[in-house]
Design a protein around this ligand. Structure first.
Ligand SMILES: [Mg+2]
Length: 263
């Protein structure tokens, strides 16, 4: 394979704990000359923050190897010549930072302001007020963009928290409008990586822990898919999965993949 795309949470780490074999696998693949990308639906952190987090786990990444749904949303606007348009954001600091960095006008809500876009991601300070403001901006003609649709986010104790998709669903319900979604399993982010790295789908593999995002996007885009059992989806989930979410390879954790690479 020319290019490997790693989901992060549940594959390389879980909250603040590294997962077994992660750093070793990345090093082995780099030594073999593979391109490495890190792809996450999490919109709350900037690429720089992910770079620092990976470094704490002895994984060294260039900024341009880190693709978050927040950064990809900025890229989406850039590719469509929408830079400079006014955006109302429901999301955290990383999302505002990435959108501002490409030149979007991230603007606080005012009733007399026209918004071109409403961008919604994971927001742990989400309130009724924010929902009402997003609803009003969309009713007044703003285009509704979701960074991702993840229903849950893994918590440190093995349980889950409501994800960005739950917030998107609230705004979708009141506005009656379905958003355009940037993150996995929609094809945009993975197709972007193939374009940036000049890789044909047959020379790419995505490795994730979640069937309905990581494996589903891989199948849609036509790349190889690998799954670790260190995150959200279990062996039973795989057994019950439809064909368009069935991974090509399954490893208990990345130590198994690293062992294969050293054989
Ligand atoms: Mg994951």
């Amino acid at each position: 394979m020319k290019t490997y795309v790693f989901d992060m949470d549940g594959v390389l780490f879980r909250m603040d704990d590294p997962l077994p074999g992660a750093a070793e696998t990345i090093t082995l693949l780099r030594n073999k000359g593979g391109n490495i990308y890190f792809l996450t639906n999490n919109s709350s952190k900037s690429r720089k923050e992910y770079q620092e987090k990976l470094a704490r786990f002895d994984i060294h990444a260039e900024l341009n190897e880190i693709i978050t749904s927040a950064w990809a949303t900025g890229r989406y606007f850039l590719e469509r010549n929408e830079i400079g348009k006014r955006v109302y954001v429901v999301g955290e600091g990383g999302l505002r930072e990435e959108l501002s960095a490409v030149g979007m006008r991230v603007t606080p809500f005012r009733k007399d302001t026209h918004f071109d876009y409403v961008v919604v991601g994971w927001d742990r300070q989400f309130t009724y007020q924010k929902m009402a403001e997003a609803h009003r901006a969309i009713s007044d003609g703003a285009i509704f963009i979701a960074t991702n649709q993840d229903s849950t986010y893994p918590d440190s104790d093995g349980r889950t928290l409501p994800g960005g998709g739950a917030i998107v669903a609230a705004i979708e319900t009141c506005s009656g409008i379905k958003p355009r979604t940037i993150g996995k399993p929609e094809p945009y982010t993975l197709e972007l990586i193939l374009r940036l790295s000049n890789t044909p789908p047959c020379d790419c593999m995505i490795i994730g822990d979640r069937l309905d995002t990581d494996i589903a996007i891989g199948k849609k885009v036509g790349v190889r898919t690998g799954m670790t059992l260190t995150g959200v989806s279990s062996k039973t989930d795989i057994d019950n999965a439809p064909a368009d979410m069935h991974p090509d390879r399954i490893w208990d954790d990345l130590r198994e993949f690293a062992d294969e690479l050293t054989k």
